[in-house]
Design a protein around this ligand. Structure first.
Ligand code: SAH
Length: 453
């Protein structure tokens, strides 16, 4: 039994990395989790929290660094958890992600032999995000922007984020200064008072178009006209400014009502040469170049010849279905956000497609409905959120025996769980391809191909 006390100093060797990038220090086999420690390193640390089965510590010095350590470019990124792997060399980040997937395939799916390919690297390891969601809070009497310290709601003031497109960081600072200039109040989540909750910026990577979303607690946004004029004067690439009202006390970023202040509630971007309009409430992948890689992998896995009926489930604004529609007979897309479906329908039109159908609803409800209507997909592509697929979706999708199911996943744990269910239902996992969409973070995106056994 270990009797570690808070504030005690230890020297220990780091033996592993957790799935969220914490080093696992071991003292007589007792695990202690710490930021900024890599396997093989001997570190000095101070215990910050001591439990019976494990503890947490803060590294104070690294006595023997790992050969895979690289300099930390922005320590605030480590505190806030926006770049938890920034101290690990990039090629090692890729190996880490591949082994994360191998581990869950062994532990959760019980498929130790499944082929997990090497992670496809990102072209840009920093400044790749086309979207920022920046909390606004008052710090020492002044409205500030930044990010929350990990596991807390204390704002760390930050002007630059290593992983966002630099123009986005610059625009956030500009808007913050405007808000300060007009003395508009920041949201106070303890008392549920104040105005501005978040500044959200989205950018079309290829088109350079910018959308600004100002999220407020109050229905009224003071000085809205002045804000709009100052923003578009300074940043002509801003094509859309919207005011989103979020009066509720929760951690969701956007509320239900959106009012357009400038332009339309949409900007445009391209992916694989197709144009896509997106609105403030619809999902769009945050790393455009890697999304193209991801979609290429998914489309290749689908092995289309032009004759197939394809289902694009969890389709967002229709990006995947539209990118492959010229290689399929018909594409059916389903998505829960109605607004995203309007965009998908519009996107099919501007890309001159006449073989797509996009329906708003829950994938798990629409899938059985389509089967009842006699739709017989050859290929089903799914791209669910982190919680993975609903069992009823899996049942319905296997009921019609598609030859291939392409599973795009942003959460290896639920991917592994769902692949095991598909396996029970007569599908074999042919390959899993991790794609690095989020360098410097522990997130892994995968494309898994399931074939009818
Ligand atoms: N394939 C798209 C979107 C992927 S993100 C792209 O690559 O851009 C996952 C999407 O699933 C989101 O748009 C989300 O709104 C949607 N979604 C979440 N739960 C859903 C459900 N139960 N049924 C259908 N869509 C859902």
């Amino acid at each position: 039994m270990m009797h570690l006390q808070k504030n005690s100093r230890i020297t220990a060797v780091c033996e592993d990395l957790t799935h969220d990038g914490l080093g696992v220090l071991k003292l007589d086999a007792f695990p202690i989790f710490a930021e900024n420690a890599l396997p093989g390193e001997t570190v000095e640390a101070v215990i910050t929290k001591a439990g019976k089965k494990f503890a947490f510590a803060k590294v104070t010095s690294i006595l023997q660094p790992s050969p895979h350590r690289v300099p930390i470019l922005d320590k605030k990124g480590t505190w806030t958890g926006t770049t938890p792997l920034q101290h690990l060399a990039y090629n090692q980040q890729l190996l880490f992600k591949q082994s994360l997937v191998q581990n869950v395939m062994r532990k959760i799916a019980h498929m130790p032999d499944v082929c997990v390919n090497p992670t496809i690297p990102a072209a840009h390891q920093t400044h790749y995000r086309n979207k920022a969601q920046i909390p606004v809070r008052e710090v020492n009497g002044t409205l500030q922007t930044g990010f929350f310290r990990k596991n807390s709601h204390t704002l760390v003031e930050m002007d630059q984020f290593l992983i966002q497109e630099p123009i986005i960081d610059e625009l956030v600072v500009f808007i913050r200064q405007l808000l300060q200039h007009y003395a508009i109040s920041a949201y106070d989540e303890v008392h549920h008072t104040g105005c501005i909750r978040h500044i959200v910026i989205r950018r079309g990577h290829y088109t350079k178009q910018l959308q600004v979303i100002l999220v407020t607690r109050t229905a009224h946004l003071p000085h809205a006209d002045e804000l709009v004029h100052r923003i578009i004067d300074a940043y002509p690439d801003v094509k859309s400014i919207v005011h989103n009202v979020h009066p509720l006390k929760n951690n969701v970023i956007m509320g239900e009502t959106t009012q357009v202040l400038y332009g339309e509630d949409a900007i445009c971007d391209t992916l694989l040469g197709r144009s896509f309009y997106m609105s403030s409430r619809s999902f769009y992948q945050v790393n455009t170049l890697q999304t193209e890689q991801l979609y290429r992998c998914a489309i290749e896995a689908a092995q289309l010849t032009g004759k197939e009926i394809v289902i694009d489930a969890y389709c967002g604004i229709g990006t995947i279905g539209i990118c492959l529609a010229d290689q399929a007979k018909h594409v059916y897309g389903v998505e829960i956000v109605e607004d995203a479906i309007y965009m998908a329908q519009h996107n099919a039109q501007i890309n001159q497609l006449s073989n797509t159908t996009f329906v708003a609803g829950k994938a798990e409800d629409i899938m059985p409905q389509w089967i009842q209507e006699g739709i017989r997909p050859d290929v089903i592509i799914v791209d669910p959120p982190r919680k993975g697929l609903d069992r009823s979706f899996i049942e319905a999708s296997t009921h019609v025996s598609p030859s291939r199911i392409v599973y795009i996943s942003c959460n290896p744990a639920t991917l592994a769980r769902d692949l095991a269910i598909y396996h029970e239902k007569g599908y074999t996992v042919s390959t899993i391809q991790p794609v690095d969409m989020f360098p410097q973070t522990t997130h892994v995106e995968c494309v898994a191909l399931l074939v009818k056994a």
